[in-house]
Design a protein around this ligand. Structure first.
Ligand SMILES: NC(=O)c1ccc[n+]([C@@H]2O[C@H](COP(=O)([O-])OP(=O)(O)OC[C@H]3O[C@@H](n4cnc5c(N)ncnc54)[C@H](O)[C@@H]3O)[C@@H](O)[C@H]2O)c1
Length: 517
């Protein structure tokens, strides 16, 4: 997911924070500092016996050991968040905005450092990682500006009486993140939460624990009160402790549909607010009148960013039968040309998948597709880079599957890897029915030169984010979220303020009480 490329490709105006940690190389990083953060500082966990290995996807090396937080640590983090809430929620929007803008400046100055560490932990290319850091910064800037605009309403009532509303924060909010956009997800959740006056305890995925704690350091350095944004590490047990915690007012979750259902269930026990950003199996419709070069570019953007590990990916590519041969020839040619390898190199366009088990899962979807009658037009194989230090990394060649039909597993299930399924269609009516035939509805795209068709098609697509003549562009000013089982609530845009605040109505009597008794 990208925000506007043109603005985001610029270099930061401020020099990097620390030259000493710049220009990391794959296979050279060991992380030994504690990865939990609360009460304004990094914290070690007491659960030393349950440490888990965290890997560097580019090399397969162990990068660090994760110390999952148990009940005692979760309680401490929530307690410190509660105490910060008391102070932060009383501050004016302007005061909060000042600290958030400072955090954005720090991110800009540390852009390269954060982007490189994200690459080392996640395996995506440095080019994409920089754009993720920019998106995180822009999100914080955007909500800092909105923090200054939060206000209630005044309602005139009979006899000079009146009412007013106050937009108030919820309290301690929990963020639980997926591993595909670790730093960006942490920012997309914390920025609106903090702007509204909440505090946050964030739990990153145990696969990518490293950069959420950098964000904690950034907020602290920017002047946030101690405990405003905290990080607890761990997997489902830690997550579940957070969801059940009586002092938590809201859970904002990004991850898979099955986990999302569990989160909703747990939150329901405390009648807590939830935001769910879940999986997708989105359609991309390419009509016969499309600008084909742009349509091919769009299909590549819809499938191969972050090694295909993007929730909104348009993996069901429906192409009108009249342009199918031409489309397939070009998309295969350009997919074969994607440079795979060391994600820290500028020339790399596709890095490593996040883990060995995930790579194996994605490859098994390709095998299954072959068994079900799809044709592998290119890729779908494990890839071993020539650089010896990358031999243990989790690479595969990006795959285009042809001859796909709607019943195939590769067309029905979220693969979450670099695998594009190409399907043929004949009419608008038919393709709309097929595109909407999914329990998921995160995103959808259409390529056509016919402006009426574009808007007609979008009106009928059952998806939260629709793209006309582009794909996977996510400006922070625009709401993002799913229809159907792809989620509840929105991230980004003005509307998200409503998901992190509540209205209090205040009635003011200017006359006497007109008592019935
Ligand atoms: N809609 C979006 O914005 C969006 C963005 C990114 C990823 N995703 C989705 O995320 C999925 C991939 O991410 P993943 O593999 O990390 O997902 P996941 O559901 O396995 O895990 C997500 C997070 O939930 C935590 N978790 C797992 N079980 C839990 C439980 N019982 N209680 C509390 N927390 C628990 C994990 O530790 C992790 O932090 C894909 O389906 C993808 O589409 C959606």
């Amino acid at each position: 997911m990208l925000h506007r490329l043109a603005t985001s490709l610029r270099r930061p105006a401020v020099p990097p924070f620390s030259a000493a940690v710049r220009c990391l190389s794959s296979g050279s990083v060991d992380i030994t500092v504690p990865l939990n953060f609360w009460a304004g500082t990094r914290q070690t966990s007491q659960e030393k016996c349950n440490t888990e290995k965290v890997y560097e996807p580019a090399t397969g090396r162990v990068l660090c050991h994760l110390e999952p937080c148990g009940a005692a640590e979760v309680n401490q983090a929530v307690e410190t968040a509660k105490s910060a809430f008391g102070h932060w929620s009383k501050m004016s929007g302007m005061e909060r905005a000042k600290i958030m803008i400072e955090a954005a400046h720090i991110i800009e100055s540390r852009r390269e450092e954060i982007a490189e560490i994200e690459v080392v932990n996640n395996g995506k290319s440095i080019t994409e990682s920089r754009l993720d850091v920019d998106s995180a910064r822009l999100c914080i800037e955007y909500y800092a500006a909105l923090a200054t605009t939060l206000a209630g309403q005044h309602v005139q009532l009979p006899g000079g009486s009146f009412a007013y509303t106050r937009r108030e924060p919820l309290g301690v909010c929990v963020g639980i993140g997926a591993w595909n956009y670790p730093f960006q997800i942490a920012a997309w959740k914390s920025a609106p939460a903090l702007a509204c006056g909440n505090s946050m305890v964030f739990k990153p995925s145990p696969v990518t624990p490293v950069t959420a704690v950098l964000l904690a350091e950034v907020y602290a350095k920017a002047g946030a009160p101690e405990g405003l944004y905290n990080v607890v590490q761990g997997g489902q047990e830690t997550g579940s402790l957070l969801c059940h915690h009586p002092d938590v007012a809201k859970v904002s979750f990004t991850g898979s549909v099955p986990t999302g259902k569990k989160i909703m269930e747990m939150a329901s026990q405390g009648v807590k607010y939830v935001t769910l950003e879940l999986g997708g199996k989105s359609p991309l419709l390419i009509f016969q009148d499309s600008d084909l070069e742009n349509a091919v570019s769009g299909a590549l953007m819809a499938n191969f960013l972050s090694q295909g590990q993007v929730c909104s990916n348009g993996t069901r590519v429906f192409v009108h039968k009249d342009v199918l041969p031409e489309f397939v020839e070009e998309v295969v040619k350009r997919t074969r040309a994607i440079e795979i390898g060391d994600p820290l190199l500028e020339s790399t366009r596709m890095g490593a998948l996040v883990s060995m088990s995930h790579l194996e899962r994605v490859l098994s979807f390709v095998d299954q597709a072959k068994k079900e009658g799809a044709t592998v037009l290119c890729g779908g194989e494990p890839f071993v880079p020539s650089d010896p230090k990358l031999k243990g990394g989790y690479y595969m060649t990006p795959c285009v599957l042809g001859n796909c039909t709607d019943e195939m597993t590769c067309v029905k299930e979220e693969i979450f890897g670099p695998v594009m399924s190409v399907l043929s269609f004949e009419s608008e009516e038919e393709v709309l029915l097929r595109a909407n035939d999914s329990p998921l509805g995160l995103a959808a795209g259409v390529f056509t030169r016919d402006v009426k068709r574009a808007h007609r098609v979008v009106e009928h697509l059952k998806a939260g984010s629709c793209f006309i003549n582009n794909y996977n562009i996510t400006p922070v000013e625009v709401p993002f979220g799913g229809f159907k089982m792809s989620g509840i609530g929105r991230e980004n845009g003005k509307v998200t303020i409503e998901h992190y605040s509540q209205l209090k109505s205040v009635y003011v009597e200017m006359g006497d009480v007109d008592s019935l008794f």
